[in-house]
Design a protein around this ligand. Structure first.
Ligand code: HMG
Ligand code: MG
Length: 293
């Protein structure tokens, strides 16, 4: 599991979350045994003010067991990311022209040309690079997207040197049939062992899509504690698949993640208390109710 709560979760909060709350969250996720945590992004603070303190986040963290990652959109972000020293650096592109323009102010082609340079530089620095593709199934502005688009763009990002391709159902429109069709198409272009699934839960399909991806041979699933998240440039998108829900399902199926569900749920409930709102995770809510009984 790649825990994306501190980045995807908090980038979409209406208010900027204080540094201390971010650090507490990341420490809680690390204590729970999350193996990989995306802790923030080095994007323009004008575009996403919620992530403006990512440098301070990374610098203030004590050593973690988890492998930490940050998201960058361009070479400006890359320099800061390399200096911050995280083991992983993620880049992102989209399968829809309109979303690409809204999210990074560039066409798909121009944005991937930029990312090819960023990926090369990350590899030259000896770090792990993850590439996200957004709107793999549908775009909030353009509607359905053919699976061939993700296959073509994914192959380009991998050819540039990306170590992993995370397929983003940014607005949570996919059903298992879409996910299967997407994986079949992308699987022709990118080895299945290099894929990750990143689903948002807008239509309540995130868990079933994660299971569909796992059944299809994907072994890396992105999730966000308390089900927080969304992209400020994808209107109407709900949070990510809740990490607690994923871990509960995998525990029940006998799939070992190394994550302590109760500790994970505590990290989520601490964050929700700091944000003053209820968890989006069904499992976290059920565990809370059990505690009260
Ligand atoms: P732009 O306005 O075209 O960029 O934005 P620019 O190069 O003209 O620069 C504008 C200003 O931003 C300049 O400052 C730059 O220095 C500064 P000024 O001179 O005006 O004071 N700037 C930066 N500052 C800090 N870090 C940087 C950086 N780059 C430029 N890296 C840009 C283009 C890409 C910068 C902008 O569109 C941007 O930051 N976009 C990020 C949007 C974003 O973060 N979206 C959410 C993440 S993606 C996501 O959530 C999807 C995902 O979860 C998967 C899924 O669900 O599908 C990953
Ligand atoms: Mg996302």
């Amino acid at each position: 599991m790649v825990e994306v709560g501190p980045r995807d979760g908090l980038q979409n909060e209406a208010a900027v979350v204080p540094l201390a709350a971010k650090l507490r969250l990341i420490r809680g996720l690390d204590d729970a045994g999350c193996p990989r945590i995306e802790v923030g992004s080095f994007v323009s603070p004008r575009w996403v003010p919620q992530m403006a303190d990512t440098e301070a986040v990374v610098r203030s963290l004590p050593p973690t067991r988890a492998r930490l990652g940050v998201l960058v959109p361009n070479t400006a972000g890359l320099d800061t990311a390399l200096a911050s020293g995280t083991a992983e650096i993620a880049v992102f592109a989209a399968c829809s022209e309109t979303f690409s323009k809204r999210n990074v102010n560039a066409s798909i082609d121009v944005s991937i040309q930029r990312l090819e340079k960023v990926i090369g530089a990350v590899k030259a620095a000896g770090r792990f690079v993850r590439a996200y593709l957004s709107c793999v199934v549908a775009c909030p502005y353009e509607g359905p997207i053919a699976p061939t688009v993700a296959a073509r763009l994914g192959a380009r990002l991998m050819a540039a040197g990306a170590d992993e391709l995370s397929l983003g159902d940014t607005i949570g429109r996919a059903t298992p049939r879409d996910t299967r069709a997407l994986l079949a198409e992308v699987g022709h272009a990118v080895p299945i062992g290099k894929l990750a699934w990143h689903g948002h839960d807008t239509y309540g399909q995130a868990l079933v899509n994660a299971l569909t991806a796992l059944d299809g041979g994907v072994t890396v699933v992105d999730a966000s504690v308390a089900g927080l998240g969304g992209c400020p440039y994808a209107p109407g998108a709900a949070g990510n698949l809740a990490s607690e829900d994923l871990v509960f399902m995998l525990d029940g199926m006998g799939v070992r993640t190394g994550i302590d569900l109760e500790a994970l749920a505590r990290a989520g409930s601490d964050l929700c208390a700091a944000l003053g709102r209820p968890s989006e995770s069904r499992v976290a809510r059920a565990l809370g109710a059990t505690d009260k009984r």
